[in-house]
Design a protein around this ligand. Structure first.
Ligand SMILES: Nc1ncnc2c1ncn2[C@@H]1O[C@H](COP(=O)(O)OP(=O)(O)O)[C@@H](O)[C@H]1O
Ligand SMILES: O=C(O)C1=C[C@@H](OP(=O)(O)O)[C@@H](O)[C@H](O)C1
Ligand SMILES: [Mg+2]
Length: 183
């Protein structure tokens, strides 16, 4: 594994926080969760920020935390709403590879029981399935690695990410060597 960071993206409930820490242990990497960085900085829960200061302010705070990331050899679990910030996405792209945890809508819904307390960045009148439809193409647009998590437990997802990231690195190395040979 190289020294770059691995950044987990995807819908709320996809397993970014849970799998992230398992993956970090497997790789011997550090682990950070940008949601926890926000909570530590603001001294309250995400839901409290949204309730007291609104969605727009939450998004600004999240963007500022993404822009301030300075880590190496770290698995970074992001919040599902990072995808709305162009500068935020550019910042995390500079940090490492974006790994998209793909989980179907029904599976996500079965995992998220605390929708009203989870602090989701969701417009008035928007349903979870609206959010899924809106965001899925955005995650896909920015992902470097796509991980199909269907039917896998957390350990299996972590193992799949590790394998796919490694294969991606070998592919990139082979491409580089081929380009050099053809120069
Ligand atoms: N692969 C999985 N299989 C079953 N449950 C999972 C899996 N990944 C995560 N979960 C569960 O789904 C819920 C949301 O996981 P979490 O890591 O908080 O997701 P995220 O950080 O992407 O919002 C948690 O209860 C977690 O235990
Ligand atoms: O997708 C969202 O709108 C959000 C997801 C949360 O993180 P998880 O994706 O880890 O649940 C958290 O960042 C915030 O409450 C907003
Ligand atoms: Mg999370």
């Amino acid at each position: 594994m190289s020294s770059e960071n691995l950044i987990l993206i995807g819908m709320p409930g996809a397993g970014k926080s849970t799998v992230g820490v398992i993956l970090a242990k497997r790789l011997g990497y550090h682990f950070i969760d940008t949601d926890l960085l926000i909570q530590a900085q603001e001294g309250c829960r995400l839901q409290d920020i949204i309730d007291r200061q609104g969605l727009e302010r939450f998004r600004q705070i999240e963007e500022q935390v993404l822009l301030g990331l300075e880590t190496q050899r770290t698995v970074i679990a992001t919040g599902g709403s990072v995808i709305y910030s162009r500068p935020g996405i550019e910042a995390i792209k500079r940090c490492g590879r974006l790994v998209y945890l793909q989980v179907g809508l029904a599976e996500l819904q079965s995992r998220i029981s605390d929708m009203g307390e989870r602090g989701l960045v969701m417009g008035a009148g928007q349903s979870f399935s609206d959010l899924y439809a809106e965001r899925t193409p955005l995650y896909a647009e920015h992902a470097d690695v796509f991980v199909d998590c269907t039917g896998l437990n957390t350990e299996q997802v972590a193992a799949r990410i590790e394998k796919q990231v490694l294969v991606g690195q070998i592919d990139r190395w082979v491409d580089m060597m081929t380009e050099k040979k053809n120069d």
